[in-house]
Design a protein around this ligand. Sequence first.
Ligand SMILES: O=P(O)(O)OC[C@H]1O[C@H](O)[C@H](O)[C@@H](O)[C@@H]1O
Length: 528
Amino acid sequence: MDAAALWQRYQDWLYYHEGLGLYLDISRMRFDDAFVATMQPKCEQAFKDMAALEGGAIANSDENRMVGHYWLRDPDLAPTPALKQEITEALDQLEAFANKVHAGEIRPPQAAKFTDILSIGIGGSALGPEFVAAALAPEAPPLAIHFFDNTDPAGFDRVFERLGDRLNSTLVIVITKSGGTPETRNGMVEAKQAFADKGLDFARQAVAITMPGSKMDDLARSEGWLATFPMFDWVGGRTSELSAVGLLDAALQGIDIRSMLAGAKEMDAATRVPDLKANPAALLAIAWYFAGNGKGEKDMVVLPYKDSLLLFSRYLQQLVMESLGKEKDLDGKTVYQGIAVYGNKGSTDQHAYVQQLREGVPNFFLTFIEVLKDREKPSVEVEPGVTAGDYLSGLLQGTRQALYENQRDSITVTLPDVSPRSIGALIALYERAVGLYGFLVNINAYHQPGVEAGKKAAAAILELQMEVVEALEQEGAPLSLPALATVLGATDKTETIYKIVRHLAANQQGVVLEGNPSDLSSLKASLS
Ligand SMILES: O=P(O)(O)OC[C@H]1O[C@H](O)[C@H](O)[C@@H](O)[C@@H]1O
C-alpha cells in the first residue's frame, strides 16, 4: 500500500473518544473490506449477547452466575434495586474506611497510624491491584503497598524484611473471592505467625475482601477482624479490579478511585454502542479475530511505552487467557480457543526481543500502548530540540513502521496520560473486548474449568507427602524409593515420592536422603 493509501486507511479506521482523549488505531492490521463484511453480522450478534449479559442473563451458565462487572461503575444498570444498593453501599463503606485509616481514626493498637499495606491474594485477587499500584500510586503514598501473590516462603520473607519494624503499622488485606485459595491462606497463616512473633494482634490489623459466607468471611468475622468487604458472586476474579478487590488497595494508596470508576463508566458507554466502527472494544475484538483467524493463531504482544504500565501485559494475561483459553465452545465442540499474551515495555524490549519480532517467526501481532503526556514537569533537551520523551515516541513509531514493513501487524492504543481516569477506561476497554471476542468465537469467557485439574493434583501430592512421612516413621530403617512406593501401595507414583522426599530433605523437615543424587536407584530415605 503506498503512503497516500495508508494515510487514508489510517484516517478511515482511527477511533477517537473525545471525553477520554483516547485513540485506537487498527489500520496496521491488514484486513480488507471483505473481512469486515463477514464480521458485521457476527458483531451484531455479539452486541445482542452482550446486552443480554448486561441485563442480568446467566452468562456463566456452568457456575449459574450473572456477569455484572459493568454494574460496578454504573450501579443504575444493575438488574435489581437491591443489587444497586449493595454496590453503592460497598463502595461508600470502603471509601469511608480508607478515609478513616488516612485520618488515623482507624489505627493499629501499637502505632498512631497505618503506614503500610500487605495485600494477600493471587490471580484476579492480585494482578489488578499490582498493575494499578505500579501505574498510579503516588511517589509518597499515605500507605505503601506490598504483595503476597504466591506461596513462596522466600517471597514472604522478602516482604517481611522490607516491612521490618513497621509490621506494627501494617494493614493486612486478605483478598479471595472464593475464600478457599490455598496460596492466599498460606500467606495469611505466615502473616499471622509474624504478627504473633512480635506480640501484635493480627485481627486488629486485618481486613478481608471475600464473598459473604465464604470460609474467609467466617474466619474474619469469628476472629473479629477490623472489617470485611464483599466480593460479589457476579464479579469474576479477572474482572474484579473495579470492585473492592482493587478499589480498597487503591483508595488506601491515595489513588482517586471515583475517577477510575468514571473512566471505566465512560468507556463502558462507548463500548456499548452497537456499531462496529464506533465501538473501540469491537474494533479490538475484530482485530484480534483477524490476526489469529478467529482461532488464536497469533500471540498478542503488548508493549506499553511507559514504565508505569509495565504490569499491564501481566494483568492482561489473566484477563485474556483465562477468559478465552477454552477447550470447548458453547455447543460442546472441541475448539482449543485462546490468545497467548506476553510483553513487557518499550523501548526496553527493543534491546531484548524485538529482533525476533522484526525478523523471526511471524506468530504474533503487536499492541502498542502509547501515552501522549511524557511527564508532569518540563523536559530537558537530551540533544538540541529533542527530549527523552521525543525519543520514546520516535522509538514507538519507528518500531511500528519497521514491523509493518516486514508484514508484522499492530494495533496502537493511545492514552492522553497515565491517570486514574485513563487506567479505568483502559481496563474497561479490554474487559469488553474480551467479552465481545468470546461471543465472536462462541465460547464462555466467564468460567475457568481447566484451572481445577492442577489444584486437585497438588492436593493429592500433599496428601501423599503425609503418607510418605508416616510410612518412614513406621518403617524406621532407610528405604529405597521403589521400596517406599511399595509400602505406600503407590508403585505408579515413584517419581512423585522421590520429589517429595528430595524436597523434604532439602528443607530440614526431618527426612534424610542418602546415596548418590545422580543415581536414583542408590537413594535411601529415612527420618533423621
Ligand atoms: O480470589 P480467589 O477465589 O482466591 O481466586 C484467585 C484465582 O484463583 C483461581 O485460580 C482462578 O482461576 C482465578 O480466576 C482466581 O482469580
